[in-house]
Write a protein that binds this ligand. Structure first.
Ligand code: 5AD
Ligand code: FES
Length: 386
């Protein structure tokens, strides 16, 4: 199926959105030569509009702790980095960040940390409860693999969604890059979350050393097989203070392939929420996330991590917005979306087309969307450091 025929099926299935492209198309489109990629990008943009509309949902991210027990060989906050200042924000600081994002029209808070129980599982549950009680936000957790009982407790506290990337679909590559960990364990965690009625997000790194085009295709197909509610992907960026600091991204000679992967992901999994991840801006300074929004993405995640901590949460070099104050990123995204002619998503931006087992997020759309509109009317937005 060509991108055009994919687009044709959009019209046929307008009510349900476009049909996912088959596996062989995933492989073929990932190999599209530069001259043919504009058509793939355009098809992905049309599929995004037909399946999930023009709205861009804002998820404010708070990187509340960089304590990490794992040693992923590419990651800038891996446990083995003894030169890094470790921090954990306290609850009131996190709550302040959540209140600030709600005031800016953001409708979801993403609570992200390294993979560790150092923050305290019961404390995290209390934090989720407070956020749900004191703000209108949907809550997404992103703190790595935890036991089922912990996920259950967090769900009962009101956690709506959870993100845990599988990073690569190749079990051997996974084992090489994640000492002491197995791909299977991550996939089991996703299954547990799904069974608990938590909306699941996952995704992968593009261009890990040792990855082939077939791996990339399998990564995309795995997102589809897992029927993810959210699929977040971004280029691997070598961090000099990690074991992979000297390794090149497998697509280094062809960085446009990062965007191509995102476009093909949209065509393969039309109804997923797909964020324009920060790492795209690290590769294409100032334009990466905008380009991602134009070839399949429908979510943007402005940072609300306090400035004092941003420098200590550098997963990779060139991470944008490190010197910005939290409100700057929110204003920046409003400016970007205005430029692209895309409206800000109303409401919490839950999974599309899924009956949620435990949907208890408050319906705050009118309040938050009018706040967003007010933010839009504040004039030109400051620009993130890019
Ligand atoms: N380059 C790009 N992304 C990275 N991540 C961690 N290290 C890097 C890196 N060097 C991503 C991983 C992780 C997410 C929080 O950040 O995919 O799941
Ligand atoms: Fe902790 Fe990668 S080393 S998430």
């Amino acid at each position: 199926m060509t991108p055009e025929r994919t687009a044709g099926s959009e019209a046929a299935g307008a009510a349900r959105g476009p049909r996912p492209i088959p596996a062989r198309e995933v492989r073929r489109l990932l190999d599209a030569p530069p001259g043919q990629r504009a058509r793939v990008f355009a098809a992905a943009d049309r599929a995004r509009r037909a399946a999930v509309g023009d709205e861009v949902f804002l998820r404010g991210i708070v990187e509340f702790s960089n304590r990490c027990a794992r040693n992923c060989r590419y990651c800038g906050i891996r446990a083995g980095r003894t030169d890094l200042r470790r921090y954990a924000m306290d609850e009131s600081e996190i709550l302040d960040a959540a209140q600030a994002m709600a005031a800016c029209g953001v409708t979801t808070v993403v609570l992200q940390s390294g993979e560790s129980d150092a923050f305290g599982d019961a404390r995290f549950a209390r934090l989720v409860e407070r956020i749900k009680r004191e703000t209108p936000l949907a809550v997404t957790g992103s703190c790595g693999v935890r036991p089922e009982a912990v996920f259950r407790r967090w769900r009962d506290a009101g956690m709506d969604r959870y993100l845990v990337r599988f990073e690569t679909s190749d079990p051997r590559l996974y084992a090489r890059l994640h000492p002491g960990d197995r791909l299977e364990a991550r996939l089991e965690a996703l299954a547990r979350l799904r069974a608990l009625g938590v909306q699941t997000g996952s995704g992968f790194l593009i261009g890990l050393p040792g990855e082939t085009l077939e791996t990339l295709a399998e990564n995309i197909l795995l997102c589809r097989r897992l029927d993810l509610d959210m699929a977040g992907i971004g280029p691997f960026i070598p961090h000099p203070a990690t074991p992979l600091g000297g390794a090149a991204n497998a697509c280094a000679s062809d960085p446009e392939r990062f965007l191509l992967a995102l476009a093909v992901l949209r065509l393969a999994h039309p109804r997923a929420h797909i964020p324009a991840t920060t790492a795209f801006d690290a590769v294409f300074p100032g334009t990466g996330r905008n380009r991602a929004l134009q070839c399949g993405a429908n979510v943007f995640m402005p940072s609300f991590t306090p400035r004092a901590h941003r420098g200590d949460y550098r997963l990779y070099p060139g991470k944008p917005c490190v010197d910005e104050a939290p409100g700057d990123c929110a204003a920046c995204v409003v400016g970007r979306l205005r430029l692209l002619g895309r409206p800000i998503g109303r409401g919490p931006g839950h999974a599309f087309g899924r009956r949620l087992a435990r949907s208890r997020t408050s319906g705050t759309s009118s309040r938050t969307s009018s706040a967003a509109a007010a933010a839009c009317d504040q004039g030109p937005a400051p620009v993130c450091s890019m």
